[in-house]
Design a protein around this ligand. Structure first.
Ligand SMILES: NC(=O)c1ccc[n+]([C@@H]2O[C@H](COP(=O)([O-])OP(=O)(O)OC[C@H]3O[C@@H](n4cnc5c(N)ncnc54)[C@H](OP(=O)(O)O)[C@@H]3O)[C@@H](O)[C@H]2O)c1
Length: 274
């Protein structure tokens, strides 16, 4: 089924749910095929400039006869306990349930919906807001191939999609790509501070660091080369970049630091999901 024909019930249209809905509309979904269950009135205002989903305050206010192909859970993880059971009536309707909630395992949905419910659990990241996210996803055995393909198309509307096969991997996904944008923002902060230490004004250092990280990211995005090749391409032997990389690539350099940081995030993800 292509996006133009898909009927979508979006539960929670905040930051991430709103980004998804905008992505679907941009990828060809029809506004009158998207029902957003969202109590916050300001959520609808974010669509003032273009087509927007049908907003309702609760699932029983959906248009009569609206039968969703996919129900997307995009509320905060701590709200799932009270939100999810209201959708159990769709569990044997053929609809697929797609969750983007951090730390909420597939078994939670099987318990609150039905052991036979088709569930896709996914973990997007914030660049989804500009259509450049990356989402890791995993599904239970109840999801048919066409349901999986439709969920992939919904996630692909806001960026890349990577399927994993073991739910335990989601903690590592969370640590690498879910939390990853913050590491990159911190890199800009660190480069700015170092530029100031070398004599630049905070404004100049900030502008240079920000544009460098954004530009290098874009170059990586557009280039067929991998990151190591791009790095080597800009590193002349004995030059300035080589001098910096000797520090960054030392045994106690960025790789060691990043390994510790990502291990800490994965550990925290396991604790939160336990
Ligand atoms: N933001 C991210 O970077 C990110 C990344 C990966 C995954 N996620 C996941 O995405 C989910 C949403 O996060 P978010 O950052 O988008 O949160 P958010 O901006 O707070 O959006 C959640 C929305 O759901 C609404 N809501 C609350 N109760 C509801 C109900 N009973 N029915 C329908 N909607 C309801 C909230 O309205 P009120 O404000 O009125 O409560 C809010 O507008 C979370 O599970 C999170 O783990 C987020």
């Amino acid at each position: 089924m292509d996006l133009a024909a898909a009927r979508l019930l979006l539960v929670g249209c905040g930051k991430m749910g709103g980004a998804l809905a905008r992505g679907w509309l941009g990828a060809g979904a029809r506004a009158d095929n998207i029902v957003a269950v969202e109590p916050a009135r300001e959520a609808a205002a974010a669509f003032a400039d273009g087509p927007r989903p049908i907003f309702v305050g609760s699932p029983d206010k959906a248009p009569p006869g609206f039968g969703p192909d996919v129900i997307v859970f995009a509320v905060k993880p701590q709200a799932m306990d009270i939100v999810v059971p209201a959708y159990a009536r769709f569990a044997d309707s053929g609809a697929v349930f797609l969750s983007i909630a951090a730390g909420t395992p597939i078994r939670f949905f099987e318990t609150h919906l039905s052991p036979a419910a088709p569930i896709v659990r996914s973990m997007p990241n914030t660049p989804a807001a500009v259509g450049r996210g990356v989402t890791a996803a995993i599904c239970n055995a109840n999801v048919p191939p066409e349901g999986r393909a439709l969920c992939e198309a919904l996630l692909r509307a806001v960026g890349d999609v990577v399927w994993v096969t073991d739910e335990a991997e989601i903690d590592a996904v969370t640590a690498v790509s879910g939390s990853g944008p913050a590491y990159v923002f911190h890199l800009v902060e660190a480069m700015t501070a170092a530029g100031v230490a070398e004599g630049l004004s905070p404004e100049a250092a900030g502008a240079l660091a920000r544009a460098t990280v954004a530009g290098a990211g874009e170059l990586l995005h557009r280039s067929p080369e991998d990151a190591a090749t791009l790095r080597r391409n800009v590193t002349s032997p004995g030059g300035t970049t080589a001098a910096a990389l000797e520090v960054l690539m030392a045994q106690d350099g960025l790789s060691a630091l990043m390994e510790r940081a990502i291990a800490a995030a994965a550990r925290r993800s396991r604790e939160l999901g336990a």
